[in-house]
Design a protein around this ligand. Structure first.
Ligand code: C2E
Ligand code: CA
Ligand code: CA
Length: 756
């Protein structure tokens, strides 16, 4: 026995010994004996109330009310006892409890009643089941008949008893029946679950309380009730058990998700109470007729027994069928895991029945749909099965695994610390990493994870579903095998994103978009040789939004085509206008997203823009990213077409992808643009070998090379010394709007500022 269970057990022994001792030693002096025994009851009442209050303080969620009413019940119970003790010590002869005590105890019952009502309401999802209802009703009818016949009816007939006491006894009987009804129902709902210690103690405690009341009423009728004997002992133990239900509450740290089959109890348990009560009722009925059986009543009993047997057989058959159906409805046939429906049902049940906190981990296996399309559904299914098997072997016993959707698994664990989550994620990703072999291919299994906690971050299952999905979505932005734990920031980010997404459509029409220009400078002469067009969005609510934030959004929603065309048109028109004003022609570079590039109408759209703006293609450059280049076959044709139109092509953010030299040689490009991250690292002490190599490579391939993000004179000089001819960055100018750019050009043309 561990130290947790030791205490209540010791107290139980203590109570027994004290009762025995008190009754032995103070046999002669009635008021001392009663004071002594009542004090024991008082102490137990205080201890139980203390346990419940202590639990109440540590709880944060919905079952608080239940424990509050329970503690009020035990509180009223011991105050009632206290009143009696005070009365005893004053009068030294009040051997019966005073009316005030009875009154307080009656209130105590009402509190128990309310507590149970609340608890039941919380667990009532399954109460709708008719079988439970009928069984409970049968049992209740038996209980009411018996208590009416043996307790209430005789009580009414005893006239010598004080009316008050009879009334109390009747009230207790009625309250008892109500409580009995609730605990029987609770019993059916929890199926006397071994894991749910707390509720078991509560049911036993209340049952003992009712037993005590019945004994009390019986003894009152037969006039041999004596305070401080068996009945009071039973009541004291009942109080202890009720307290224990709070005491053992914390012990339920394990996951108490019911197995799917447990929703449908086995025949034996289900029929124990109702049939037993019918049997008892029949025996008592016979007894009340002094067992004068005749052929008719004997036949009635036989038929009744036969009906029970037949009912038993059909029900057990039905139960088996229901079990099977249940299994089909709640099992994913491929992986034999619980499916989405099982997840909702079981988790909701676990949430309702216990106070536990949970951690939810949603794992998505990437590209399953693609594998299905490319290799056929069988391959996709085999892959999922493989993943499920690997997962089953990694997670431990008290963790639940569900197939949540075609490519998602939901893992439910008792609440975990960040450190434990890290470990679990690592082990999940580790088992995913080995490749999955088909007859022809070895496929990489890539996964992402979104996590949330209940009830801290997500207060309901609906929120759990939503938040794990949002975290998962976020995790995907961080690359393969990454995970994100949900936080409020994600929600506000997502809300912002959704809001932006809905406004982006109208951004062009509402004139919220504009194109800024950042000059490109010839590092030798200091002359302005070109500019990069950079998109800007002034949102009425969020202010200036960076293209780094909304371009990906535009790509996701497909708006990038429309927006990209608008940028190209605006930039070309502005450039043409500069030429018309009389400035020396400049090269304008426009960023093009990979999605635009894949659009079959891309080339014709560019052609149309040039025709409309009348800009000579010579003065237009498209900046594309390395990722486009890597998709070489398709890109090559498009690049060739663009090239043939006389437009220049530049590779943006060069060095961040992994283009091979071989690829670079083949492509019809004009410029390499060294990514800012490399320029950042350049200083006199560290003339970055990577930058040197890129410059050398570009020069060997006879390509222009542009350094972007130059912020210091030092960076500019080192780049120049290494052969980079064109620079762009805050050192020269930030991106500015068209009119500022015109001013800038004017002053540039006049002073021809150079710092070389
Ligand atoms: P990018 O093409 O690499 O553009 C360079 C980014 O670096 C710009 O940010 C620019 O303002 C910033 N920058 C330039 N010089 C410096 C410097 O010296 N220091 C620092 N810290 N930053 C500097 P911006 O304008 O926020 O654009 C971000 C990204 O958004 C661009 O990166 C580009 O990928 C994308 N983007 C911008 N406009 C468009 C567009 O019209 N179409 C498409 N598809 N993408 C665009
Ligand atoms: Ca760019
Ligand atoms: Ca760039």
């Amino acid at each position: 026995m561990n130290s947790v269970t030791k205490w209540p057990f010791l107290i139980l022994i203590g109570i027994s010994v004290m009762f025995w001792y008190g009754n032995m030693v103070y046999e002669g002096s009635e008021w001392i004996r009663l004071t002594f025994l009542n004090t024991i009851q008082l102490i137990i009442g205080i201890v139980s109330t203390f346990w419940i209050l202590r639990l109440l303080r540590s709880l944060s969620t919905s079952l608080k009310l239940f424990w509050l009413f329970l503690s009020m019940g035990t509180g009223l119970s011991f105050i009632g006892t206290l009143v009696w003790i005070i009365n005893l010590t004053i009068t030294k002869q009040a051997f019966e409890a005073p009316p005030l005590s009875y009154f307080l105890w009656a209130l105590c019952y009402i509190c128990y009643f309310i507590a149970l009502l609340y608890r039941l309401r919380r667990a009532s999802i399954q109460f709708a089941n008719m079988t439970y209802f009928f069984n409970t009703m049968i049992y209740m009818i038996a209980a009411i008949s018996i208590s009416y016949y043996y307790l209430l009816y005789p009580l009414y007939r005893i006239e010598e008893h004080s009316l008050g006491k009879i009334t109390y006894t009747v009230i207790f009987q009625i309250a008892d029946l109500g409580i009995l009804f609730f605990i029987i129902t609770l019993f059916y709902l929890i199926q006397f679950n071994k894991k749910n210690k707390s509720l078991n103690y509560l049911i036993i405690g209340l049952f003992l309380q009712i037993l005590g009341d019945m004994l009390f009423a019986q003894m009152m009728i037969s006039e041999n009730y004596q305070s401080g004997k068996v009945v009071d002992f039973v009541w004291t133990i009942a109080l202890l058990f009720i307290g224990c239900s709070a005491y053992f509450y914390k012990d339920e740290s394990k996951l108490t998700i019911e197995p799917r089959t447990a929703f449908f109890p086995t025949l034996k348990k289900e029929f124990l109470f109702p049939y037993l009560s019918i049997l008892v009722l029949s025996i008592l009925m016979m007894e009340s007729y002094d067992w004068s059986l005749n052929a008719l009543s004997f036949g009635w009993i036989m038929i009744f027994l036969l009906i029970i047997v037949r009912q038993g057989i059909t029900t057990s058959k039905n139960n088996r069928l229901v079990l099977k159906l249940n299994e089909i409805a709640y099992t994913d046939m491929l992986t034999k895991l619980g499916n989405r429906a099982a997840f909702f049902k079981e988790t909701q049940y676990a949430m309702d029945m216990s106070q536990q906190d949970f951690t939810f981990i949603l794992l998505q296996v990437e590209r399953v749909k693609m594998f299905n399309d490319v290799f056929g559904h069988q391959t996709g299914e085999k892959l999922i099965k493989e993943v499920s098997n690997r997962l089953k072997h990694t997670i431990d016993m008290n963790v639940k695994l569900y197939r949540f959707s075609e490519d998602e698994f939901m893992i439910v664990t008792p609440h975990k610390s960040i450190a434990d989550i890290l470990l679990l994620n690592e082990s999940i990703f580790n088992v995913l990493q080995p490749t999955f072999k088909t007859s022809d291919f070895e496929l990489n299994i890539i996964g992402h994870i979104g996590i949330t906690h209940y009830p801290k971050q997500s207060i309901s299952l609906e929120k759990v579903q939503q938040h794990t999905a949002e975290a998962l979505y976020q995790a995907k932005q961080y690359g393969n095998y990454s995970f994100v734990i949900y936080n409020n920031e994600i929600e506000s980010n997502l809300l912002r994103k959704l809001e932006m997404e809905s406004h982006l459509k109208n951004a062009i029409n509402n004139n919220q978009l504009s194109v800024y220009y950042q000059p490109k400078i010839d590092l030798t002469s200091g002359c302005l040789v070109g500019m990069e067009a950079l998109l800007r969005w002034e949102h009425p609510k969020f202010g200036w939004i960076s293209p780094a934030e909304f371009i990906p959004l535009a790509e996701e929603t497909g708006l990038i085509n429309e927006i990209g065309e608008w940028v190209l048109y605006t930039a070309a028109q502005h450039n043409k206008q500069l030429q018309r004003i009389g400035f020396k022609p400049l090269l304008v570079s426009v960023n093009v997203s990979a999605l635009q590039f894949q659009n079959p109408h891309f080339c014709s759209m560019v052609g149309e823009v040039l025709a409309k703006t009348k800009l000579d293609p010579e003065w237009l450059e498209l900046e594309i990213t390395e990722s486009i280049v890597q998709n070489i076959k398709e890109s090559f044709n498009i690049m060739q077409q663009i090239k043939s139109m006389g437009i220049k092509i530049s590779i943006d953010d060069f060095g961040t992808g992994y283009s091979s030299l071989n690829v670079l040689e083949q492509l019809p490009i004009d410029t390499l643009k060294i990514d800012k991250s490399f320029i950042d690292r350049v200083s006199y002490n560290n003339p970055s070998p990577m930058v040197k190599t890129i410059i050398e490579l570009a020069l060997n391939l006879e390509l222009n090379v542009v350094a972007e993000g130059i912020e210091t004179v030092e960076q500019k000089e080192i780049l120049y010394r290494n052969g980079c001819m064109i620079g762009q960055g805050y050192l020269f100018s930030r991106p500015v709007d068209y009119y500022t750019f015109v001013d800038f050009l004017t002053s540039y043309a006049q002073s021809n500022v150079t710092s070389s």
